[in-house]
Design a protein around this ligand. Structure first.
Ligand SMILES: [Mn+2]
Length: 269
């Protein structure tokens, strides 16, 4: 059995099928884990989520901001935007099944000494802390409070974690770190305005540059297409290489850390 982690798919079904063929992925034998954002922006969200769903125990994923955005729309907490490509999915006959399946997914998965997360992990948190905080969000998403949470999830304030946060504000900040973060300060203050990894101000750096103090941790993440996978180190792998924007789709085999890229068939939009 081989275990692969795949970057953001964003409804690009053809690219997904092509890269799985390239690595000879065997359903029922191998395991595939997604860093989230399986849907939206690309052309085929419905068939992509159905494909992942029917992989059964050969597949697992963490939730990305676009997956949460879709759940918020379903729960009436948010309206689709002009950029969304979710209409077919939102009108699907099997919508309830797909929503139930997606909403039960975690925000962090640990596999073979790796932590898989959509955006990243706050500078103030070691992995144990991050796992316990992600559980708070997961528990709420699977409770009768899920609609309330999805209503309260949006917002950039407060911009930093602190232990005294409570209720929906606490869950919003945890969700922002795990699913939206790109640049942040050493003390964890989030910069939501910029996504240029080269824009290193005195204050804000790409989040993973603050993690040098956590020895031996291994993290795989997606979310940040403009990184273009460039900041991969022996311990931290950026898998979003922009397939929905005419870039590539990327898979890592975590048994041997071999990367496979496939050039997207979708043109830039
Ligand atoms: Mn994302």
């Amino acid at each position: 059995m081989r275990t692969f982690v795949i970057g953001d798919v964003h409804g690009c079904l053809d690219d997904l099928l092509a890269i799985l063929e390239e690595i000879n992925f065997a359903v029922g034998v191998d395991k595939l884990i997604s860093v989230g954002d399986i849907i939206n922006r690309g052309p085929n969200s419905l068939e992509t989520i159905r494909f992942f769903n029917q992989l059964g125990s050969s597949f697992d994923m963490v939730l990305g901001n676009h997956d949460l955005h879709f759940l918020a729309i379903v729960h009436g907490a948010k309206n689709p935007t002009y950029k969304d490509t979710l209409t077919q999915l939102l009108n699907a006959q099997d919508l309830d099944d797909l929503v139930g399946w997606l909403q039960a997914k975690p925000l962090i998965i640990q596999v073979n000494n790796y932590s898989v997360v959509h955006a990243g992990i706050a500078p103030q948190w070691d992995i144990i802390k991050a796992l316990s905080l992600s559980k708070e969000v997961e528990t709420t998403l699977n409770s009768e409070n899920s609609g309330h949470f999805l209503n309260q999830m949006y917002g950039n304030i407060p911009s930093s974690w602190n232990e005294n946060l409570e209720g929906m504000t606490r869950l919003r900040v945890i969700t922002n770190y795990l699913t939206r973060m790109r640049l942040c300060a050493k003390d964890g203050e989030l910069d939501f305005l910029n996504n240029d990894p080269n824009l290193e101000s005195n204050k804000f750096l790409p989040w993973f540059k603050h993690r040098i103090k956590y020895k031996n941790e291994k993290i795989i993440f997606g979310h940040w297409a403009s990184l273009n996978g460039k900041f991969c180190t022996a311990n931290i792998h950026a898998l979003d290489v922009g397939c929905a924007w005419g870039g590539r789709i990327r898979v890592i085999n975590i048994s041997n850390e071999v990367l496979t890229d496939y050039k997207s068939s979708y043109s830039k939009n």
